[in-house]
Ligand binder design. Sequence first.
Ligand code: ADP
Length: 500
Amino acid sequence: MVAARSLSRFQGDPLNILFATSECAPWVKTGGLGDVSAALPQALAGLGHDVRVLMPAYGALADLKAQARDWTPWPADAGWPAARLGRVTRPGQFDLWLLDCPALFADAGGPYQDTAGRDHAHNARRFAFLARVAAHIAAGAVPAIAKVWRADVLHCNDWPTALAPAWLRVTDAASRVPSVVTIHNLAYQGLFPMGVADALALPPSWATVEGAEFWGQLSYLKAGLVHADAITTVSPTYAREIRTEAFGCGLDGLLRAREAHLSGILNGIDAAQWDPSTDTLIAARYDADGWRAGKLANRRALRQAMGLPGQRRGLLFGVVSRLASQKGIDLIVDSLPWLIANDCQLAVLGSGDAVLQQRLQAAAAAHPAHVAVRIGFDETLAHLIEAGADAFLMPSRYEPCGLNQMYSQRYGTPPVVHGTGGLADSVDDFVAAGPDAATGFVMPEATVPALQAAMAQALLVAKQPAVWEALCRRGMARDFGWDASARAYVALYEGLIAKR
Ligand code: ADP
């Protein structure tokens, strides 16, 4: 079938995909968005598509910037600073386009915050510019790029690039190139004072409630949700949840109005990086057949690394998480008396909320035989916890997709999760699915009693070694790779292109 937008393009032909993002692992990562922004483009490239990931050349990316070639100058215009766009070519993988604009992106610290944890003062301007550049490239409005590469689709991610579909409407009135916005977490919306709209000279219609106005503020995410041709989120259950008041963060009405264009595609994991049979960050490598010995060696190493004694009657539960109310960390802290009474242990790696941090550290100081806590970001320890814990806790209040529950299944470490979002879509509960199909334990609600009941269930099952081992090995056999999800995105892009 000939796609409507071009007589020379056939359905199934490789696509040119412009993937705009504020983070991309391993170079920039504050959470799941960074992982997805590397793994999905990689999977799409693996299917033969030409994927260009557009990301700012932040101050911390000097080494990466040094690898960029083919610099395209970006002249100052309409009050925006001059910049340049460099290409990092990675044969067989996706290419990177680095947006180098020292006037906006040179700050020290992370992509959104300075080294003291304060939002960068000019975030509104930085990410409006990133989105504008994405829209201009997608629209073919940059002659030096358009003569060698034209996007078939523009894929944006979360609020930092969500203005791009709106910019695209302004730049490309004929709307040649379809746009997709993926919501990785609806709670982060990119809200700025309404005055920003004037300062950025945004079209006046954007400042209305039909545009990007949200309770008196300017919402970058809302602009994207209004203007994108398709909205996706990172699991089918979260796609349903965000249309309800309880999960909609004030945007549920808009999402219901656009539900015909909203779908959920479950994230995959980087199956090469998170593979216990090849993982060099853990103490002993193992596959499903070697699960018992592998678990034993890694559990010993984890206890040693975290200063926990061995020989407990109960289970060693692991946690790797941002310390935030979203993640239900307070439920875990409130369950510590139960955990200790049942002679279980808890190994936590995380950073974030200062109060949660203090509560965890106080518990570790008071109960050193049962609780160990490491504050910080530590990739090696994260892998060791996945491999060395008996079970993994993730009682998130909401979870758009979540990755750790998939990693833990891959490592033969059954997750205990709240049945929300991607957790509901990727863990099969011991009771609901039955002992022959389960891969973990699913709490019906995010409460302390539900968490304790799920952990008690895990303890009970663990007392039957054959049933427990089968549960662990079943999780290890699950396919959480990106291939199926990447194909679902391609089908979505193809559908949008065919409609043009
Ligand atoms: P979110 O994006 O909401 O933080 P996800 O589960 O989707 O949660 O992804 C979190 C990612 O960050 C995972 O790869 C997880 O292993 C990693 N991670 C989170 N906290 C830490 C930490 N303290 N140290 C190492 N890795 C971490």
